[in-house]
Design a protein around this ligand. Structure first.
Ligand SMILES: CC(C)(COP(=O)(O)OP(=O)(O)OC[C@H]1O[C@@H](n2cnc3c(N)ncnc32)[C@H](O)[C@@H]1OP(=O)(O)O)[C@@H](O)C(=O)NCCC(=O)NCCS
Length: 156
């Protein structure tokens, strides 16, 4: 598996994968290419968006990390990072999410972040288990969501 920065030509595969997550009931947000370009690949607030690619070129998953700016839609404290993780339903529990976070964590340190927040649906048991395993802990409860925080200095 290769982990590299997402580029515009990844958008079709990312869209296809997000549509699979929608079909399997694991996502409710948009999954079209324009949304992906705007919110992940070319998001002006991004720190990094990485893709995980299989040996045959198939997209296995991607992870985004962006700055929490004033009035961000998650109400994450300003100056924190906001993370999003999306792994193909066909590639679950194979370490894709963990490998993506290794790269994201390094980018977070390089950017000088101290905290990263994950906004997870309150019924999304696997998402909560994943972020707990990555070192995130429940920080606040929002409407329909559990927000977990990774305090990066605790890894040092
Ligand atoms: C949650 C998600 C990112 C996990 O990705 P993944 O590549 O399967 O994760 P990994 O294989 O690296 O697993 C890391 C750890 O996460 C936890 N985990 C992952 N999938 C799990 C599941 N289905 N049930 C319980 N725990 C799970 C485990 O602790 C696992 O460690 P282990 O296998 O050593 O026990 C992936 O299932 C996904 O994209 N789901 C849909 C979208 C989503 O929920 N995103 C995150 C919240 S917004």
């Amino acid at each position: 598996m290769e982990i590299r920065t997402a580029v515009p030509t990844d958008a079709p595969q990312m869209s296809f994968m997000l549509k699979q997550l929608v079909a399997s009931g694991k996502r409710t947000s948009p999954a079209d290419e324009a949304f992906i370009m705007r919110n992940y690949i070319e998001d002006p607030d991004r720190i990094l968006c990485s893709v995980a690619i299989d040996d045959d070129g198939t997209l296995l998953g991607f992870q985004s990390l962006m700055w929490a700016l004033d009035r961000n839609r998650f109400e994450t404290p300003v100056g924190w990072g906001i993370i999003g993780t999306h792994v193909s339903p066909l590639a679950g529990r194979r370490g894709v999410g963990s490998s993506l976070f290794d790269v994201t964590k390094k980018a977070a340190y390089d950017a000088g972040l101290e905290n990263i927040e994950a906004f997870i649906g309150s019924t999304n048991v696997e998402g909560q288990a994943y972020y707990e395993k990555m070192g995130f802990r429940t920080y606040r409860i929002a409407e329909g969501a559990i927000c977990k925080c990774c305090r990066l200095q605790e890894f040092k």
